[in-house]
Design a protein around this ligand. Structure first.
Ligand code: PAF
Length: 281
């Protein structure tokens, strides 16, 4: 497994692999790898990637001034071991200084899908995500890149960026990986105390209940279902940031739950902000 810290060296190596006819996949991460990330590497393998490049970079540009950039968990040694065991062929560990040179002044802004949901609560977040992901796409030039459905809005924003800026690659979105309790895997779960971890199960339980209601009744009015979800979250002691139902493609708000609708939520569990979602099938 190759290890790169220099963007130029990574770019050269990836270009050479592509020239040899190798199928290249990119798995962008912020590290502190868990089962969710490993499932993205497995998905790249399943799709026949011959080179799997995992980037590990806690991207400062996508964090707000009062967010958790400084305390975001990091463990390079464990990440390397996990990448190796999962079958990555290269890992990219840049530093902020070599990703963002002095006087860096070009950013990528998606101006539609980034407006609501997490974008409304985390100003500048998707600008940071789009900028770093565009840079990674230019460095690796993968045939496809794999993202997790856990960040549902992020996946939609990146798909739109790829379409609108003509990036020559496919965006693959892999399903959410959950703990046995239903809690969606996230590096931020390490912030949770035992009691918070128990209470955080209400997120997935509320989402599964909404999906079951659609299964049982067909179309379900969103207003009443939303009230049930909020009650469930609040009675678990969680503070609701948002609970919204949107079209799974356009992220436009909907009035009814039905096939193709995504229910997205963000809550505070103590000091930790957690997100989760379900796409109704
Ligand atoms: O989803 C993430 O971990 C990050 O937002 C990403 C896509 C690696 C960009 O920093």
């Amino acid at each position: 497994m190759k290890i790169f810290t220099e963007p130029k060296k990574l770019q050269k190596w990836c270009a050479a692999r592509r020239m040899e006819g190798r199928k290249v996949a990119l798995v962008p991460t912020m590290g502190y790898l868990h089962e969710g990330h490993l499932s993205l590497i497995a998905e790249a393998k399943r799709r026949g990637a011959q080179e799997i490049v995992v980037s590990v970079f806690v991207n400062p540009v996508q964090f707000g001034p009062n967010e958790d950039f400084d305390k975001y968990p990091r463990d390079e040694k464990a990440d390397l071991a996990k990448c190796r065991a999962a079958g990555a062929t290269a890992v990219f560990f840049p530093t902020p200084a070599n990703m963002y040179l002095d006087a860096h002044s070009v950013y990528v802004n998606e101006e539609d899908l980034s407006k609501g949901l997490c974008g409304a609560r985390r100003p500048g977040h998707f600008r940071g995500v789009c900028t770093v992901v565009a840079k990674l796409f230019n460095l690796v030039h993968p045939h496809f890149a794999v993202f997790g459905q856990k960040d549902f809005q992020q996946a939609a924003v990146i798909r739109r960026m790829v379409r609108d800026l003509n990036f020559d690659l496919d965006v693959v979105v892999a399903p959410i990986v959950r703990e046995p309790s239903g809690l969606a895997r996230s590096s931020r779960n390490t912030y949770l105390s035992d009691d918070e971890r128990k209470r955080a199960c209400a997120l997935s339980q509320a989402l599964f209940a909404a999906a079951s209601a659609v299964k049982a009744k067909g179309k379900v009015p969103w207003k009443a279902e939303r009230a049930k979800i909020v009650r469930r979250l609040e009675s678990a002691g969680l503070v609701v940031d948002y609970v919204e139902a949107v079209d799974g493609e356009t992220l436009a708000p909907v009035k009814r739950l039905e096939k193709g609708v995504a229910v997205l939520l963000a809550v505070y569990c103590g000091k930790t902000r957690l997100i989760d979602n379900i796409l109704i099938k």
